[in-house]
Design a protein around this ligand. Structure first.
Ligand code: ZN
Ligand code: ZN
Length: 473
């Protein structure tokens, strides 16, 4: 609503202003036929429950889908069968291998001053504790900077606890800061002589669920057991440490395997006029394994595939090819996105986008287009406006699984979801279907359908202003 008022005000101002005043941003016209098709697609998407059925099927028939696991392999086969049944073409798996990691035990208890269980999750890449676990006094730091500045004698032989909090934000802006401790706690704590590392869970809730997550840097340099502590238990730990010495028993057992099988699932709607020009829609199939991977990223898989299916059912396919990249092994190091970028380095990607931020209501359409292509970006936003979507900035990120193609200069867009509550559930045992609102899910499908159709049916080139560095996980 705010953007509508802004647009009207800008237009009125422009018409009354002199020639040297900046004109209203140009919006590319679209054909009457495209307008009719977009309206039909938008209306159908808002009635369509295919996305719900997909994510419900994934979490029910498969469940959690840890990267490189048998469950992830079953999910690939499940997805291939579903996409073929929905009429996609060129449906296939592109295999690759990854270093597999899983925790088979992750337990922690406060031993003194009073016995209490702590709900924890081993961080991806964590080492095992010695058999039977380890016990040590806890030393707390308010953030990573405090740990980095610590004297080794205050840390040596202890369990480090980094108690940094994550800020709640609609766009998830708090994640980048909070996630730094997940990757850095173990190597820094190890250098200072600690025996293990605990972090306050990277999340915005106050529940008793630990948040899983990768700590990929441990693979290269650190051999320290590392785990995330549920927010409620992190609070207990912080209060106890403030009162006196606290001893914790930590027992983590992990398994690793080199060259575990993973893979990307690919499916297409072949373009009727320009089949070699690709509109890439991505999501990832793997998940952490305490929850069901409903919002991370079952919903993304459901949203992009349901949007593409609605376009496939049109009487006439769009000019360009719409390709789905249902990536494997995102969580443990964006292996699927990297494998895709390597395998398809010579493909002509017109634009790429990923849905990997849950199923919250989309509120903005951001681009990373050349200036010359922005009028068509605004034309797409106009068709998204009835869904409550404003124009976002021209600095879109795209998403982890398309960061590889983005780094080669492929334009990307963000269909920005309201992530205010995403990190309450993210990577926890509570990432289940209950975290998804079916109405928001349909709004997501409608927005993706409009964007994908308008990108694939146009002959606009969106070439990005400059190659951006690849995003980290
Ligand atoms: Zn994800
Ligand atoms: Zn994730």
């Amino acid at each position: 609503m705010r953007s509508m008022m802004f647009a009207v005000a800008t237009l009125a101002f422009a018409s009354a202003a002199s020639a040297q005043q900046a004109p209203a941003p140009a919006v590319a016209p679209i054909s009457a036929e495209m307008q009719r098709t977009v309206e039909r697609l938008r209306a159908r998407a808002l009635q369509d429950d295919t996305a719900w059925q997909t994510v419900e099927g994934l979490v029910t028939d498969i469940g959690p889908r840890l990267a490189g696991s048998d469950a992830e392999a079953r999910a690939r086969d499940w997805m291939v069968a579903r996409l073929r049944a929905q009429g996609f073409t060129n449906v296939h798996i592109e295999p690759f291998t990854i270093p597999f990691w899983d925790a088979t035990r992750e337990e922690a208890h406060i031993i003194s001053p009073g016995a209490q269980r702590l709900v924890i999750a081993a961080l991806g890449g964590s080492a095992s504790t010695p058999a039977g676990g380890l016990e040590a006094e806890v030393v707390r730091f308010t953030d990573m900077a405090a740990l980095q500045a610590a004297a080794p004698e205050s840390v040596r032989g202890r369990i480090v606890f980094v108690d940094e909090r994550m800020v709640r934000a609609q766009d998830g802006a708090g994640y980048g800061v909070a996630v730094a401790k997940r990757g850095n706690c173990a190597p820094v704590a190890q250098r200072l002589g600690a025996v293990a590392c605990l972090i306050r869970a990277v999340g915005t809730d106050s529940n008793r669920f630990a948040h899983q997550g990768g700590s990929s840097r441990q693979r290269e340099s650190a051999h320290l057991p590392a785990a995330s502590v549920s927010p409620a238990d992190a609070d207990i730990l912080a209060r106890l440490v403030a009162r006196g010495p606290v001893r914790v028993h930590l027992d983590i057992e992990t398994v690793t395997r080199e060259d575990a099988p993973s893979g990307n699932v690919i499916a297409e709607i072949r373009g009727r006029e320009r089949p070699n020009e690709i509109v890439l829609l991505a999501a990832h199939l793997d998940s952490w394994d305490l929850g069901q991977g409903a919002i991370d990223d079952g919903s993304g898989v459901a949203i992009v595939s349901a949007a593409a299916r609605l376009i496939r059912e049109l009487p006439r396919r769009p000019r360009r090819t719409i390709r789905l990249l249902i990536a494997g092994s995102e969580e443990t190091g964006v292996f699927g996105g990297a494998a895709y970028a390597r395998a398809h380095a010579n493909d002509t990607h017109i634009v790429a986008a990923e849905s990997d931020f849950g199923a919250g209501h989309i509120y903005a359409f951001g681009t990373r287009f050349s200036e010359a292509a922005l009028p068509y970006g605004r034309a797409i936003q106009r068709q998204l406006a009835p869904l409550g979507i404003i124009m976002g900035p021209n600095t879109a990120d795209g998403g982890a699984d398309i960061s590889g193609v983005r780094a080669t200069g492929v334009p990307v867009v963000d269909l920005s979801q309201d992530g205010s509550y995403y990190f309450d559930y993210h990577h926890t045992a509570n990432d289940t279907l209950y975290a998804i609102d079916p109405e928001d899910l349909r709004q997501n499908v409608a927005a993706w359908t409009v964007f994908a159709y308008m990108a694939a049916e146009s002959d606009w080139v969106f070439a990005a202003p400059a190659a951006a560095p690849a995003a980290t996980q």
